[in-house]
Ligand binder design. Structure first.
Ligand code: GLA
Ligand code: ZN
Length: 684
C-alpha cells in the first residue's frame, strides 16, 4: 500500500462511454488531485464472453490509461455480478431467495455462494486477472467481488442446504450434539439423519421474515454458515490472486454495520478493511463515526479505507438529498480522523444508463468541472495532497473499548418475547453517542479482543455470552477499570439457548445484580428513571425494556419512577473488589441520551477520559497518533457556529496556522481543524 498520502479517487467505469470522453475525465482528475482509480468492478460479461473465451482488450486499454501519469489502480475481480451466459448455461449459479424462489438472470450480487460452477469460474477469472495484471505499475490493491451479501444476505438453495449440512457436521460432529445445541426436543425437532436438515427460510422455520424463526439455533447457525460460505468465495479468489501476486494487498468492500455478514469472521482473511459509507440520513455523524470504528476494529486498529462514498447524492433511496456545502469535506475528514487512509468515491463519472444513472459522481453526464460538487471534490483533493503522509498509518490511542458482536445482534433481533422494537445497533449507538460526545477515543472490538489495554469496556446488549468474556470483563475491574453491560446482556449461550441461571447469566457475579423480571412497552411509552450519586442527578425518560433488578452486592444508581416497580433499581453499580477497586455498571433499561450520557460520563471520569469539548454539542474530537505525535481532528457537526478553547498547542495542518492551548477556536458549521499537537500537548 502506498504510504505517501491519503489515497483519493474512486470507482471508474469508462467502458460506458466513448474513448474521447476518457481524456476529458483524466483532465478533470488532474484538476481534482485524483490519484487512485478502482477499475473493473462489474465487467465479467465483457472479460469472458463465453465459458471458453477471455477477452482483456478493453481492460488492457483502461488499465494502461489509468496508470499513465502515475495513478494508482485498485483492480476488482468483477465477480459481483454474473454474466447472462453463465446463468443461462448453469441455472444453479443463481441464488434462491428467502422465500425459496430460485432466481433467473438479472440484477447483481446474484450468485449462489455454494455453486461449484460459480466457485470454479469466479476463481478462474480472478486467477486470469492476476496473471495478466500482477506487477502493473501502480497496482495498489485487489478488490474481490463487491459488497458480499448485498442482495438479501444469502441463498437458500439445495446446494446451500448440502453445504450447510457439511458445515454442521464439522461444527457438531454428531447429530446428538446438534440436537442438544438446537434444543431440538422443543416442537418435536429431533433429527435422526443429517438429510432431514433444511435451510431455515419462509418454507421451513420462519414466518413474517428473517427475524421470526421458530428455532434460533438453526437460524443462527445458518447465518454463520452463509457468512462462511461467502467468505469461501472470497478465499477462492484470493488464493488464485496469490498464485500470481504475492504481495499486493487484497480486500473487499464491506458495508459498515451490515447485519447479514459477521465481518469479524472475515477480518483475518483481508489484508486491510475497506467499506462503503452511505449514511441513510443527513445528520448521521455519530452513526458514521461508530461504523468507522467498527471497521477499524476489524484489523486490530490498523487503518482502513473508505472504498466508496457519494460526492453528492445516492440513487437507491426513495428520497436522495444532496450533501450540503461543506458536508462532503467534513465527512471525509471524519473518516480520516477515525483511521481511514483512503477516501474514495462511487463514482468518478455518472453512469450513462440503468438504475444508477442519476447517482451522484465526481463528474456528471456533461462532465462539468464548474459545478459545486466538482469544486468541493477538487478542493478536498488539494487539501489531502497538501497534507501528504502526515497521518498515514497513524493509529487511534483509545483507552475505551466497546464490544460489538454479530452473534448478539443476530440472536437478540430474532428473539421472541420481550420487545421487537429494541434493536441492537440502536442500543450500541446510544452508548457510543455518549462516548462520542464526551470526546473519548473508542475501539470497537470483537468479544475475543485483548481487553488488557483498556480502562473502560462497554458491552451493550451483549445478549450472547460465549467464551471467557465474563472472566475478561472481571479482569478489567480487578485492575481498577470500569465496565458496563445493558439489558438482555449475558442471557444466552453461543447457541442462543438461555443460560440456566438468573440473568445476566455468567455476568451476574461481576455486576452484583440479578434480573427478576423483564417488562416491555411500546415505543414512546416512558418510565422516568432517576439517576443519582453524590455528584449529580438526572431524570431519564427510559423506554422499551424495563428490567426489574435485585442488587446482590451492587449499589443502586438509578430507580424507576413509574409502574408497579416504581422505586426499584433500574441501574446499578458494583465494586466487586471493594470501594477502591473497579466498577461494573448494569443498565436494565433503555435510557435516553441524557441518561446514557450521565452513566457513561461517570465511567469515563474515573479514568480522566472525558474530552475537552464534551460539553459542546456536536463538536467531535478524534485523535490519531504515530511516532509519539498526536493529530487531533476537531470537527464541527453543529448547525450553528460555536467557539471552543483549543485543548492543545500545535499547528492546524489544513491552514498552517499556529494554535495556542486555550485560545478561542471559532468553528463554523462543517469546519475542520487538524491540529498536530506540540509535544507538550500530550502523549500518544
Ligand atoms: C454500492 C456498490 C456500488 C454502487 C453504489 C451506489 O456501494 O458497491 O457498485 O452501486 O453502492 O451507491
Ligand atoms: Zn445456494
Amino acid at each position: 500500500m502506498t504510504d505517501s498520502k491519503i489515497l483519493y479517487g474512486g470507482d471508474y467505469n469508462p467502458e460506458q462511454w466513448p474513448r474521447p470522453v476518457w481524456e476529458e475525465d483524466y483532465a478533470a482528475f488532474d484538476k481534482a488531485s485524483i490519484d487512485t482509480l478502482t477499475l473493473n468492478v462489474f465487467s465479467w460479461a465483457t472479460l469472458q464472453p463465453d465459458e471458453d473465451t477471455y477477452d482483456f482488450a478493453q481492460l488492457d486499454a483502461i488499465v494502461a490509461r489509468a496508470v499513465e501519469g502515475g495513478r494508482g489502480v485498485v483492480l476488482a475481480t468483477s465477480t459481483g455480478a454474473l454474466p447472462p451466459w453463465l446463468a443461462h448455461r448453469h441455472p444453479e449459479v443463481e441464488r434462491t431467495d428467502f422465500q425459496g424462489r430460485r432466481h433467473v438472470f438479472g440484477q447483481r450480487h446474484n450468485a449462489c455462494p455454494s455453486s461449484p460452477v460459480y466457485r470454479r469460474l469466479s476463481a478462474e477469472l480472478a486467477g486470469c486477472l492476476a496473471e495478466r495484471y500482477a506487477g502493473t505499475p501502480g497496482l495498489v490493491a485487489w478488490h474481490v467481488g463487491n459488497e458480499y451479501g448485498g442482495f438479501d444476505g444469502g441463498c437458500w438453495c439445495d446446494l446451500c442446504a448440502a453445504g450447510f449440512r457439511d458445515w454442521l457436521r464439522v461444527r457438531y460432529g454428531t447429530l446428538e450434539r446438534l440436537n442438544e445445541a438446537w434444543n431440538a426436543t422443543f416442537w418435536s425437532h429431533t433429527f435422526s439423519d443429517w438429510a432431514q436438515i433444511v435451510p431455515p427460510n419462509m418454507l421451513s422455520e420462519h414466518w413474517r421474515g428473517p427475524d421470526h424463526t421458530a428455532f434460533q439455533g438453526i437460524t443462527l447457525d445458518y447465518r454463520r454458515f452463509m457468512s462462511d460460505a461467502m467468505l469461501a468465495n472470497f478465499r477462492d479468489e484470493k488464493a488464485r490472486i496469490r498464485e500470481h501476486d504475492a504481495t499486493t494487498p487484497v480486500t473487499t468492500n464491506f458495508m459498515g454495520m451490515f447485519r447479514p455478514i459477521d465481518y469479524h469472521r472475515w477480518a483475518g482473511d483481508l489484508d486491510f478493511a475497506s467499506w462503503d459509507n452511505y449514511p441513510p440520513g443527513r445528520r448521521e455523524h455519530v452513526r458514521m463515526a461508530l461504523a468507522h470504528d467498527v471497521m477499524r476494529g476489524l484489523k486490530d486498529g490498523d487503518p482502513f479505507w473508505v472504498m466508496e462514498q457519494t460526492p453528492t447524492i445516492t440513487a437507491s433511496r426513495d428520497v436522495n438529498p444532496v450533501k450540503r456545502p461543506g458536508v462532503l469535506r467534513l465527512w471525509s475528514w471524519q473518516a480520516v480522523a477515525h483511521g481511514a487512509d483512503a477516501v474514495l468515491y462511487f463514482q468518478m463519472r455518472q453512469s450513462r444508463g440503468a438504475c444508477e444513472r442519476y447517482h451522484g459522481a465526481v463528474l456528471d453526464h456533461a462532465g462539468r468541472t464548474d459545478r459545486r460538487a466538482f469544486r468541493e471534490v477538487a478542493a478536498l483533493g488539494s487539501e489531502l495532497a497538501g497534507l501528504g503522509d502526515a497521518v498515514v498509518a497513524a493509529r487511534t490511542p483509545a483507552r475505551v473499548a466497546l464490544l460489538f458482536d454479530w452473534d448478539s445482534w443476530w440472536a437478540a433481533e430474532m428473539t421472541d418475547g420481550f420487545n421487537r422494537h429494541a434493536k441492537y445497533v440502536d442500543t450500541v449507538l446510544s452508548y457510543y453517542r455518549a462516548l462520542w460526545q464526551a470526546g473519548a477515543q473508542v475501539d470497537v472490538v470483537p468479544t475475543t479482543a485483548d481487553l488488557t489495554r483498556y480502562d473502560v469496556v462497554l458491552a451493550p446488549m451483549l445478549h450472547v455470552l460465549k467464551g471467557d468474556v465474563a472472566e475478561r470483563l472481571a479482569a478489567v475491574t480487578a485492575r481498577g477499570g470500569s465496565v458496563l453491560a445493558s439489558y438482555w446482556s449475558g442471557r444466552a449461550d453461543e447457541n442462543a439457548n438461555a443460560h440456566l441461571m438468573d440473568a445476566p447469566g455468567p455476568l451476574a457475579p461481576l455486576f452484583g445484580v440479578r434480573v427478576e423480571e423483564t417488562d416491555s412497552a411500546e415505543p414512546g411509552v416512558t418510565n422516568p428513571v432517576t439517576l443519582t450519586d453524590g455528584s449529580g442527578e438526572v431524570v431519564s425518560a427510559a423506554q422499551l425494556v424495563f428490567e426489574v433488578l435485585v442488587p446482590e452486592g451492587a449499589d443502586v444508581a438509578g430507580t424507576y419512577g413509574a409502574e408497579f416497580y416504581a422505586g426499584t433499581p433500574a441501574v446499578t453499580r458494583h465494586r466487586p473488589t471493594g470501594p477502591e477497586g473497579g466498577e461494573a455498571w448494569y443498565v436494565g433499561t433503555g435510557l435516553d441520551d441524557a441518561g446514557a450520557a450521565w452513566v457513561v460520563r461517570r465511567l469515563l471520569d474515573r479514568h480522566g477520559l472525558v474530552g475537552p469539548y464534551a460539553d459542546v454539542p456536536d463538536v467531535e474530537l478524534a485523535v490519531r497518533a504515530k511516532d509519539g505525535v498526536r493529530f487531533a481532528f476537531v470537527l464541527s457537526h453543529a448547525t450553528e457556529p460555536v467557539e471552543v478553547a483549543a485543548h492543545a498547542s500545535g499547528v492546524d495542518l489544513l491552514t498552517g496556522r499556529a494554535v495556542r492551548a486555550g485560545e478561542t477556536l471559532r468553528l463554523a458549521p462543517t469546519d475542520v481543524v487538524l491540529l498536530r499537537e506540540d509535544a507538550a500537548g500530550g502523549e500518544a
